[in-house]
Design a binder for this molecule. Structure first.
Ligand code: NAP
Length: 546
């Protein structure tokens, strides 16, 4: 079937469409809008009962974005009028406000009619004879599409450790990504929070204000940086609106996709005192500039990294009164080799009388009892257990779609020794499948999400446009292009300190998952350049009409 024939089926929701999108978070909504711009029919399937993706599921106390709000939205290139209309209330928007934003986008852009909610995709099969994908949901519906576009996010599959006895716990327990929709009441309760990553760092200080007692079960500490959240007022917004084009242009050229000042240079170009001053300045401003506006070699040069670690150690020791607790909250992994959380009173929460740090490294969890948690050397009676234990990142959500490509090749089989793809967008053996923001090796770990989603979405839209112009309806990356990209990714990763650290970035948080850095770490501009170069002549792809 040619592209022209496919487009004739444009009749709105139906069982034969041009494209199926999976997920209705930032990336799914973005793609639906772009497909409509191209005049293609599309349906999206979303497991939740509303749009929002991550921001639909993650309703835990304290949930908020770690990106500055004025760039945690769609840019001028998506809809300039909408950009001018929306004003966030804080530097870092909280989950309810982000959810409202995405609901507003879906309504303003009239996208909801294309989305089937409470429908989880359970299988996706490529049919070679028809050059079509058949996508099946848990409701038993099967839809046929020329293009299959997973937009399932990279942190969607919760990691729920198999603690013995968890099913017999008589209190309330939940994973942070499955926080009850009606909310959580911890007033006057004893609460255990297991984990100390970016999620727990947000949860702990908020619930410590309400709970009778919080037990913060901690293992390998993270490099939490001060968020410095504040309200945004009319003056802030008139400034932001007046400069939105420059702001977004800067973000697109920045290593992390943020409108921050660029790196000051290499750490080795500065004296110790100068470096110290630069770190102090970043600490005062708060947020990710400490990683993205300091030294370009912080990820690769152990000396520069060590100096930051000394700086962080001294900060933690001034923020946390008890030196033993401070020590247990101080990370030993190099800075930024796992995701630095932004903290809103996390360290100072440990100065409260109603919080205890439980060190799982010294004393691992042995079992969950009906009334609490038993470690190797103590027992903690609790009413609520919050699992802030993270996600089976990138591959977890993709593999759950049960995807079969050309010749019946399963994605699970193809990725058995670790994922492989081309540009984090397409996979050899899986024609016409585009991964939006969820493809392994995209630069998400170090990039502002909307900046990357728009870049990838624009790439996919331009590719579909190119195919239409050329009369093609088949695209698949070549094996040699995929191999070269994966090699480049690995070489780039190995030039940094990141692969040495265990976390979801390297897949080590999930038992049996092959260890490899799952995200590009060479910066957003370099990644975008690779994508742009690949689309010059599409040399790395096989393209034709079926
Ligand atoms: P995470 O960073 O993977 O942290 C999980 C925590 O649970 C770690 O402390 C880990 O300890 C612990 N853990 C896991 N399995 C365990 C087990 N079996 N026993 C004991 N402890 C266990 O997960 P997360 O905090 O949910 O964050 C994931 C990512 O989500 C972040 O890195 C970030 O990208 C994103 N996020 C973003 C925001 C935002 O932008 N606002 C907020 C929250 C999260 P070990 O490290 O010792 O394994």
């Amino acid at each position: 079937m040619t592209q022209a024939q496919v487009s004739e089926t444009r009749t709105g929701p139906g069982t034969e469409v041009d494209a199926v999108v999976v997920g209705a978070g930032f990336s799914g909504l973005y793609m639906l809008r772009r497909l409509r711009d191209l005049g293609l029919s599309a349906r999206a399937f979303e497991a939740g009962s509303d749009v929002g993706g991550t921001w639909y599921w993650n309703r835990y106390p304290g949930a908020r974005s770690d990106s500055d709000s004025h760039v945690y939205c769609f840019s001028d290139r998506f809809d300039e009028k909408m950009l001018a209309e929306w004003e966030w209330t804080e530097r870092y928007p909280a989950q309810p406000e982000i959810l409202r934003y995405l609901q507003w986008v879906s309504e303003k852009q009239d996208l909801r009619g294309n989305i089937t909610f409470q429908a989880r995709v359970t299988a996706a099969r490529y049919d070679e004879a028809r050059n079509r994908w058949d996508i099946t949901t848990d409701g038993g519906e099967t839809v046929s599409a020329c293009y299959f576009i997973p937009a399932v996010g990279l942190l969607s599959k919760p990691n729920i450790p198999k603690f013995p006895g968890l099913d017999r716990f008589e209190g309330q327990w939940f994973h942070t990504a499955q926080t009850p929709r009606e909310g959580v009441d911890v007033q006057g309760k004893r609460v255990a929070v297991i984990g100390n990553g970016a999620t727990a760092v947000q949860v702990v200080p908020v619930i410590a204000q309400q709970a009778e007692h919080v037990y913060a079960f901690t293992r390998n500490p993270y490099h939490s940086l001060p968020a410095r959240n504040h309200r945004l007022d009319a003056e802030d917004w008139s400034e932001i609106h007046a400069h939105h084009k420059e702001i977004w242009a800067k973000a697109r050229d920045n290593f992390g996709g943020f409108p921050y000042a660029d790196f000051k240079g290499m750490g080795s170009d500065f004296t110790d005192d100068e470096r110290q001053q630069i770190f102090e300045e970043g600490w005062r401003k708060g947020g990710f500039p400490l990683a993205f506006s300091t030294f370009a070699d912080v990820l690769a040069n152990r000396d520069t990294n060590d100096q930051f670690m000394d700086f962080l150690r001294s900060k933690i020791s001034t923020l946390v009164r008890d030196p033993q607790v401070a020590e247990q909250l101080t990370p030993s992994d190099p800075f930024c080799t796992k995701r630095p959380p932004l903290e809103h009173g996390y360290y100072s929460a440990f100065n409260r009388g109603n919080i205890s740090l439980v060190n799982m490294k010294n004393s691992p969890i042995a079992e969950i009892t009906p009334t609490g948690i038993r470690t190797a050397d103590a027992e903690y009676e609790v009413d609520v257990i919050i699992l802030a234990t993270g996600f089976d990142a990138f591959t977890g959500s993709m593999l759950d779609l049960d995807i079969q490509g050309r010749g019946g090749l399963g994605l699970r089989e193809k990725w058995a020794d670790g994922p492989r793809d081309y540009l984090a967008l397409m996979v050899h053996g899986f024609p016409n499948m585009f991964m939006l923001y969820c493809g392994p090796f995209n630069p998400a770990i170090l990039t502002n999400a909307p900046t990357l989603i728009e870049q990838q979405g624009e790439w996919v839209a331009a590719c579909l446009q190119h195919m239409r112009e050329q009369g093609y309806d088949y695209i698949e990356p070549r094996q040699d292009a995929e191999d070269a990209f994966v090699q480049l990714h690995q070489d780039t990763a190995n030039a940094t300190l990141i692969p040495e650290t265990e976390s979801w970035w390297t897949g080590t948080n999930i038992e049996g998952k092959p260890r490899m850095l799952l995200s590009w770490c060479g910066g957003f501009p370099a990644y975008r350049q690779l994508c742009d170069d690949a689309a010059e002549r599409y040399d790395g792809f096989e393209l034709h009409a079926s």
